[in-house]
Design a binder for this molecule. Sequence first.
Ligand code: IPE
Ligand code: IPE
Ligand code: MG
Ligand code: MG
Ligand code: MG
Length: 329
Amino acid sequence: MPERPGSQWWDWYQRRAPRVERALEGLLPASTERPQTIHRAMRHSVFPGGKRIRPGLALLGFETAGGKGAAGAQVGAAIELLHTFSLIHDDLPCMDDDDLRRGRPTCHAKFGEAIAVLAGDALQVLAFGALAGLSVPPPVRVRVLAEITNAVGTGGVIGGQVVDIESEDRRIRPATLRWIHAKKTGELLRASLVSGGLAGGADGRLLRRMQEFGVRFGLLFQIVDDLLDVVGTSHVLGRDPGRDQVNGKATYPSILGLDRTRKELQASVAACRDAVPAGRLALYYESLIEAVAGRLPEDWTDPLGIRVRRSPAPDAARGARNGTGRSGR
Ligand code: IPE
Ligand code: IPE
Ligand code: MG
Ligand code: MG
Ligand code: MG
């Protein structure tokens, strides 16, 4: 039987997850601290959490750059808070109006709209406060803060969400759809890898490579997310599928149709594979691509060679870890 797609990625992250969870635990006020309601709401949305892809990317960037110490997990935890803020607001009745997230009631479904809005706000300021105390030299800290601020603002997540909402029930151009995806989802994923790299001391060349991978990976991520809403199961989604159609969302399937989306998915996976930064961690970038695309059912991922692939033979794996498994990069 083929192993779980991206199992090397999941195993790699699993070994690092406790550091991220500890950092999150340390940042969030106790649920007994006054005013308890909002602290309970924040914790409800952060724990146990989802796939933790963004902290994983931050740690991957950090380790690719040779970073040592706590800063990688600190960056990852702060970004996960920002991601969770964006999800709480994304689910609100005035946005996507979802009652389930990660297999549990959404923040507003459990705590009411007002507390959910405030919990999102609170997670956002908590994240920037955490980044202000990042254990890296001050000039690096400023660069990390700038990178993440831009990724969340109107040139990133928030701007993308604006156009996402404004595009409901409209036939937008594919270029506009790509723009929405790059901003609402891609920017924070890209910034996770790059800010991890910055915190780890990456040089300009490596950062450019990470930027490129991050941009391409961000698009893949949202194409898969759009597709899962059509072809996925509630088990994989953690909520009911079909919500995008109900909301009249502009998505890959709704704008391009399923056939063209399949081609774009293939091209997107290939583009990500081409942009993997060389080195002993290349294996985990590759595996991350498989982990994300592998969330789709087999008939979607078989043509990508994801479901059918087994783990590499021990020699191949050793070669990749030594940086000899890939050529030219
Ligand atoms: C969901 O992100 C929202 C998007 C940006 C597409 P994830 O799929 O990473 O959600 P979690 O964190 O695993 O729940
Ligand atoms: C979410 O996009 C993007 C952000 C949260 C910024 P979606 O609205 O497609 O995410 P899901 O499908 O609800 O997780
Ligand atoms: Mg949305
Ligand atoms: Mg949504
Ligand atoms: Mg979606």
